[in-house]
Design a binder for this molecule. Structure first.
Ligand code: DOR
Ligand code: ZN
Length: 354
């Protein structure tokens, strides 16, 4: 017998452990979508130029904070948690100082050229072994974009190959390093993380729980379904849903919301990134409800990530109502528009008060 769905779900205020907020006018436009749902967010450092020093992170954090409570509101108490973009030249002592000073919550590994603004990323992970040693020593989490960049590897295999070629050996060299495998997309990644030690966890995006690789080609080329790592076969989507529905404490929200102007997506060479912030919590709730796993929703949204990062859970709550609403086709952003995930579709959960 299936349990009837509740009319409302109230959970402790959640966090987004992987978010692209951008900068300037785009930042001002997209920030309220995250701030209305989440108390804290791990802010990705892949700006141009990338955020590689404590000074740059403080300046970026100040630009974010200056917008909170502004005209388009958003919670004034939203806390951006900053990350350092690792390069071949990252200085372990400077990174550790930034962590000690409460500036860098974590550091982000982009394999060079793996994705948007990753040209300055790490060319070979063994080059940053001294940095990883220091991070393991101080308990600073490494956030991994887990894809190899070898053009000979099929794009749909790049995550699984990263685990085999890079992650396993890195964890052998640094067995105590805290690692978050970001935005996992495959059965292989889910089983690697679930079967790994307590020092390894993963974030899962709303979109990888909803779309598979067919969605990129449904009736024509669908640029708004394109992100990296790219959505995989249906069996992988099902494996991700099963993993989050299992209630594993190693999995938590990381939306990877990555806005790009509509014209940058709808182009001869469209940018990677799905702007899922406006619908994120509602989509996750839908997935947990569909999986009959609502009892694990709060831990995934609001407890597991904080516990992994060694931070206290938030106080206060948010409520989702079982109410149908139409996701807008597009939203204004900077001097253009952005297309939100699920644009033009009906969702069955709605954040109360918005
Ligand atoms: O699809 C993506 N977009 N994946 C990433 O790793 C980066 C992001 C972006 O910054 O646009
Ligand atoms: Zn990302």
């Amino acid at each position: 017998m299936t349990t009837p769905l509740p009319d409302r779900i109230t959970i402790r205020r959640p966090d987004d452990w992987h978010l692209h907020l951008r900068d300037g006018a785009m930042l001002a436009s997209v920030l309220p979508h995250s701030a209305k749902q989440f108390a804290r967010a791990i802010v990705m450092p892949n700006l141009v130029p990338p955020v590689t020093t404590p000074e740059m992170a403080v300046a970026y954090r100040d630009r974010i904070k200056a917008l909170l409570g502004g005209p388009s509101a958003g919670n004034t108490d939203f806390t951006p948690l900053m990350t350092c973009y690792l390069t071949d030249g990252t200085d372990p002592a400077l990174l550790a100082q930034g962590h000690k000073d409460g500036i860098f919550t974590a550091a982000k590994l982009y394999p060079a050229h793996a994705t948007t603004n990753s040209a300055h990323g790490v060319s070979d992970i063994t080059k940053i072994d001294a940095v990883l040693d220091k991070m393991a020593e101080i308990g600073m989490p490494l956030l991994v974009h887990g894809e190899v960049t070898d053009p000979a590897v099929d794009i749909f295999d790049r995550e699984a190959v990263f685990i085999e070629r890079v992650l396993i050996s890195t964890l052998k060299r640094h067995p105590n390093l805290k690692v978050v495998m970001e935005h996992i997309t495959t059965e292989e990644a889910a089983s690697f993380v679930l079967g790994g030690g307590a020092n390894i966890a993963a974030t899962v995006t709303p979109h990888h729980l909803v779309i598979n690789r067919n969605s990129l080609f449904a009736g024509g080329l669908r640029p708004h379904a394109y992100c990296l790592p790219v959505a995989k076969r249906e069996k992988h989507r099902l494996a991700l849903r099963k993993a989050v529905a299992s209630g594993s404490a190693k999995l938590f929200i990381g939306t990877d919301s990555a806005p790009h102007a509509r014209e940058a997506k709808e182009s001869g060479c469209g940018c990677a990134g799905i702007f899922c912030a406006p619908t994120a919590l509602e989509v996750y709730a839908t997935v947990f409800a569909e999986e009959g796993a609502l009892e694990h929703f709060e831990a995934f949204a609001s407890l597991n990530g904080a516990a992994f990062y060694g931070l206290p859970p938030n106080t206060g709550t948010v409520t989702l109502l079982r109410e149908r609403w139409l996701v807008p086709e597009s939203l204004p952003a900077a001097d253009t528009t952005v297309v939100p995930f699920m644009a033009g579709q009906t969702l069955s959960w709605k954040l109360n008060g918005f």
